[in-house]
Ligand binder design. Structure first.
Ligand SMILES: [Zn+2]
Length: 308
C-alpha cells in the first residue's frame, strides 16, 4: 500500500515538473517575422515587440512578460540589427510590455512617457527593486520625443487617453511602420485600464491623432501585423463601445441592462484573451468598462505631482 502511494506521488511530481517545463518553454518561445527589411516583429507571451535595425544597432520596442524573454529578445535584436541595442522603448507600464527590461544591460537608453515611469514606480515597485531598478525608463517625455539613431528616425507620440493615459506610439519614419502598443488590439478584445487613466470615451479620438501620421503597416500591441484599415476597424469598435457607455448614462441603465442592450457588431470574429485566474478580456469585460467609466465607478491611481 505504502509503495503504491509513493509511486503515485512520484508520478504526480513528474507530471507537474513536465507541465512546468512545457509551460516555461511555451512562455519563452518567440516567433520573429519581417515587416520591412529593417523592421521585425517578435510575437510571444505578452505584447508584440518591434525591432528596428539601424546602421549602428537596434531599437527595441517593449520586452514582454519575463526576464527570460528579455534575454531572448535582446539576442534576437542584436542578431537582426548586427549590432548592440542603442535604445529601448516601453509603450506603457503593463508587465507584459516591460518585465523583460532587466535582461538589458544597465546604462541602456530606455524611453517612455513621464506617466509610464510614474505608474511603474507606483503600482509595480516590488518588481523594480535592486538591479532591476537600473532598467527603468531613464529618458522620459510628456507629449512628443524624437530619436535619431544613425540612419533612422524614431518618433514617439503620446496621442491622448485610451488604453491608459500614458501610452506612446512609435513611428519608424523611414520604414513607414507604426508600433501602437496597446492602443490597438488587432482582432482581440482590448484591456482598458481605467484606473491608470484609460478611457473608452477618448480612445477613438486618440486613434484619430495616430491616423494623421505617415505609415503603411501597423504592429499592434496584441494580434497580427496589419495596415491602416485594420486600425480603423478597431477604432470603429471603440466608437461603438463609447456609444454603449453614453446610452447607459443617458438611460440610467444598470450593468445588466447595459450588457443586454449593448449594440456592438464591429467585434465580429474577435478572440478572447484569457489568462486563468488573472484576467479575461472579452465582450463582457469591454462593456463593463464602458459602463464603469460612464457611471463614474472608477478609482484612479494617484501619481505624484511631477508626472501630472
Ligand atoms: Zn497593456
Amino acid at each position: 500500500m505504502k509503495k503504491a502511494i509513493r509511486r503515485a506521488i512520484v508520478v504526480v511530481v513528474l507530471v507537474i515538473a513536465a507541465a512546468a517545463i512545457w509551460g516555461y518553454r511555451r512562455a519563452t518561445e518567440l516567433e520573429v517575422a519581417e515587416v520591412t527589411k529593417d523592421v521585425h516583429v517578435i510575437y510571444g507571451f505578452g505584447g508584440n515587440v518591434g525591432v528596428l535595425s539601424t546602421d549602428s544597432g537596434a531599437v527595441v520596442v517593449d520586452t514582454m512578460s519575463f526576464r527570460a524573454q528579455g534575454t531572448r529578445i535582446l539576442e534576437a535584436a542584436e542578431r537582426l540589427a548586427g549590432g548592440p541595442v542603442q535604445a529601448l522603448v516601453n509603450t506603457h507600464y503593463h508587465l507584459d510590455h516591460t518585465h523583460g527590461n532587466p535582461a538589458f544591460p544597465s546604462g541602456t537608453k530606455i524611453v517612455a512617457t513621464d506617466r509610464t515611469l510614474a505608474y511603474l514606480k507606483k503600482v509595480d515597485a516590488n518588481y523594480w527593486q535592486g538591479a532591476a531598478a537600473g532598467t527603468l525608463p531613464n529618458e522620459t517625455f510628456r507629449n512628443e520625443h524624437e530619436l535619431k539613431i544613425a540612419d533612422k528616425t524614431v518618433r514617439l507620440i503620446h496621442p491622448g487617453r485610451g488604453h491608459t493615459d500614458g501610452d506612446l506610439v512609435v513611428l519608424f519614419v523611414e520604414d513607414r511602420v507604426l508600433h501602437t502598443g496597446d492602443l490597438f488590439f488587432n482582432g482581440r478584445y482590448p484591456n482598458i485600464d481605467l484606473e491608470a487613466g484609460g478611457s473608452v470615451r477618448e480612445w477613438a479620438a486618440a486613434i484619430d491623432r495616430v491616423l494623421e501620421l505617415d505609415f503603411d503597416q501597423v504592429i499592434p500591441g496584441h494580434g497580427p501585423v496589419t495596415d491602416r484599415e485594420g486600425l480603423r476597424k478597431f477604432q470603429t469598435f471603440m466608437r461603438q463601445l463609447s456609444e454603449v457607455g453614453d446610452q447607459a448614462m443617458k438611460n440610467g441603465w444598470t450593468l445588466e441592462e447595459t450588457e443586454r442592450e449593448a449594440k456592438l457588431d464591429a467585434d465580429a470574429g474577435y478572440q478572447v484573451i484569457s489568462i486563468p485566474f488573472v484576467m479575461r478580456l472579452d465582450r463582457e469585460f469591454a462593456v463593463r468598462r464602458a459602463w464603469e467609466e460612464a457611471t463614474g465607478k472608477v478609482q484612479r491611481i494617484e501619481l505624484p505631482e511631477a508626472s501630472q
